[in-house]
Design a protein around this ligand. Structure first.
Ligand SMILES: [Zn+2]
Ligand SMILES: [Zn+2]
Length: 144
């Protein structure tokens, strides 16, 4: 499934306070942690009843609950909440490499697991690279 395309501007002050006061203790953001003003919904395409969701806290502690930003609606009628959620327990084993992939979404998410979601933007970027090895920047291709 394709990734949801919803984008929203996050309230930086509110998010920073939430990160510092996470239930699991302060100091979660690493030194180089910077917040984007805008976050992208990370879930697969979903209906209007499902909240959009973006991961806020750094994922350097995989077993600890992570801080998520949930929202519905667009900028003018947006409703949002910031809360910690445990990780989705689902895992996928790659039989070739025997690597275990963890779902990177929160527990009880509604759409497919993270490995079922394709980022359309990532595909656009990766496509020309895979099909044409002569240039590493598709934007610099000469016009035909
Ligand atoms: Zn969404
Ligand atoms: Zn999952």
């Amino acid at each position: 499934m394709l990734q949801c395309t919803a984008v929203t501007r996050i309230p930086l002050g509110e998010v920073t306070v939430a990160l510092v006061t996470m239930a699991d203790g302060p100091g979660t953001p690493p030194h180089d942690f910077t917040l984007d003003h805008y976050v992208l919904c990370e879930l697969g395409e979903h209906d209007a009843l499902t909240d959009h969701a973006a991961l806020l806290s750094a994922a350097d502690a995989p077993d600890r609950p992570a801080l998520w930003f949930f929202w519905t609606g667009t900028d003018t009628d947006r409703a949002h909440r910031i809360q910690t959620e445990p990780w989705c327990p689902a895992t996928l084993r790659n039989l070739d490499t025997d690597a275990l992939l963890r779902c990177s979404f929160f527990n009880d998410h509604t759409t497919g697991h993270s490995w079922d979601v394709t980022d359309p933007l990532g595909d656009l970027i990766a496509g020309p690279l895979l099909s044409d090895g002569t240039t590493d920047d598709p934007r610099e291709r000469p016009q035909p």
